[in-house]
Design a protein around this ligand. Structure first.
Ligand code: UD1
Length: 428
């Protein structure tokens, strides 16, 4: 298991390119189950979670040509041909490492009429049930049993039927699951209170390229007219807005000036607004984003997470870390997940002054953090620890960085490219 040694204090400068988005690539890979021909995805990032999804597609009998497991021979293109799928099952050992495995449920029911998917358990950031996914798929005629920890689902004999669905609360993968099921269902489906995250729109656009009929893309009401089959297509995965936000945060915390290439700035409006309010200089030019910040000159800003276009929960840990050295007190409120402050205890070890009260963190900026041994608890928390360690005085050792590699495409290498001093060491 790798660990990272981070020597703090180096200001960042240079240019860095954003990779394809994890949260778009995952549903897109699941969408390949729906097509009669191969789905080619470009701009595929190098991530542990995508390897897991590739393994799952292979387990089910499909052909998932992704980069090799050992990380060598990377190509940014994946070819997914699921026409040979003969085992519509997602076993526990794959689902437990990646909750998003449940994204295969809708496509399997729509294309193969049955699915057996291990029920995702709790994870570090909260309980995360999939009851809303199941309720919506049931409205389309699917029936579910829970046996031995697996959800066993069946579509009616003649396939799923379109339905008028309203999600009680916004769910990103729930919207994607139902959207993927609806494209092959009989008749019309309306999804109300649909998640508006850009990753949902990216999935919808790929489905349209495969022959699906979807209107209302980017809105909270999706209308889908079912078709009989979907064909081969090719789609470029959208850039990762959370990676872009994490890079902004890195420059904000360490000071310096860097150019981020390949980000889609429209998707980042609220995040950029909050960093600007805190005193970070952001300039968009020819699609690139220049970030400039001066150490010790940031000021406290309050943030409340919310579904898109609100402030993303996936940026909460990084923003909170940024506030740890800002002037004044900021109030960070997490409304999406009930237990997403695991990073706080670790940030305190670096000297951050944070008090937690339920879903709210009060961060009182300190002048300087100082290096310490740290343990990463989840994906975005690990990023926040790296950023804080980069801003701290002295060296920090961060263990359990496999969380980082699940969802960031070589973040440590990219940061080193900007002048950070992060050493990856193989630990046993
Ligand atoms: C997705 C993202 C994740 C991000 C999250 C919120 C992927 C692969 N993951 O996760 O990175 O942090 O959106 O933006 O895209 N809920 C229920 N019942 C359900 C479904 C959800 O109660 O059936 C609750 C969840 O526990 C949570 C909230 O709804 O409190 C939002 O979750 P959801 O949008 O579904 O998150 P994911 O799709 O799992």
């Amino acid at each position: 298991m790798d660990k990272l040694l981070v020597e703090g204090g180096a200001p960042l400068s240079g240019t860095v390119r954003v990779s394809g988005a994890k949260n778009a690539a995952l549903p897109l890979m699941a969408a390949s189950i729906l097509a009669d021909g191969p789905l080619t995805l470009t701009n595929i990032p190098r991530l542990g979670d995508l390897r897991t999804m590739g393994r799952l597609l292979g387990y089910m009998g499909g052909r998932a040509e992704l980069y090799p497991e050992n990380g060598g021979g990377y190509r940014e293109e994946a070819l997914l041909d699921m026409s040979s799928l003969d085992k519509p099952e997602a076993p526990h050992d794959l689902v437990k490492t990646m909750r998003a495995s449940s994204l295969v449920l809708g496509p399997l029911l729509a294309r193969h009429g049955r699915a057996k998917v291990s029920l995702p358990g709790g994870c570090a950031i909260g309980v995360r049930p999939i009851d809303l996914h199941l309720k919506a798929l049931a409205a389309m005629g699917a029936e579910f049993d829970l046996t031995g920890g697996d959800i066993v689902g069946r579509a009616p004999k003649d396939g799923l039927v379109g339905a008028d669905i309203r999600f009680d609360s916004v769910t990103v993968t729930g919207t994607e699951n139902v959207l993927m099921a609806a494209v092959l269902a009989k008749g019309k489906t309306v999804i109300r209170n649909a998640a508006r995250e850009p990753e949902v729109a990216d999935t919808a656009r790929a489905l349209v390229a495969m022959g699906a009929k979807i209107s209302g893309i980017e809105s909270d009401e999706l209308e889908i007219e079912g078709v009989d089959s979907l064909k081969a297509a090719s789609h470029a995965v959208m850039p990762d807005r959370i990676e872009a936000g994490t890079l902004i945060s890195a420059v904000a915390m360490t000071g310096g000036r860097a150019t981020i290439k390949g980000a889609r700035l429209n998707d980042l409006a609220v995040v950029m607004g909050k960093f600007t309010e805190a005193g970070v200089f952001l300039r968009a030019e020819n699609g690139d984003l220049t970030v400039e910040a001066h150490r010790g000159l940031l000021s406290a800003v309050n943030v409340t997470t919310g579904p898109y276009p609100g402030f993303p929960t996936d940026m909460q840990a990084q923003f909170l870390a940024t506030m740890a050295t800002a002037k004044g007190a900021s109030i960070i409120t997490e409304t999406i997940f009930e237990n997403r402050f695991m990073h706080v205890a670790e940030l305190r070890r670096l000297g951050a002054d944070v008090t937690l009260e339920g879903r709210t963190a009060v961060v009182k900026g300190v002048e300087r953090l100082s290096g310490a041994p740290l343990t990463a608890s989840d994906l975005r928390a690990s990023a926040s620890l790296i950023l804080a360690a980069m801003a701290a005085k002295g060296t920090s050792e961060i263990t359990r960085v496999y969380h980082l590699d699940r969802g960031y495409d070589r973040l440590d290498e990219k940061l080193n490219g900007l002048g950070a001093k992060i050493k990856r060491v193989k630990a046993d």
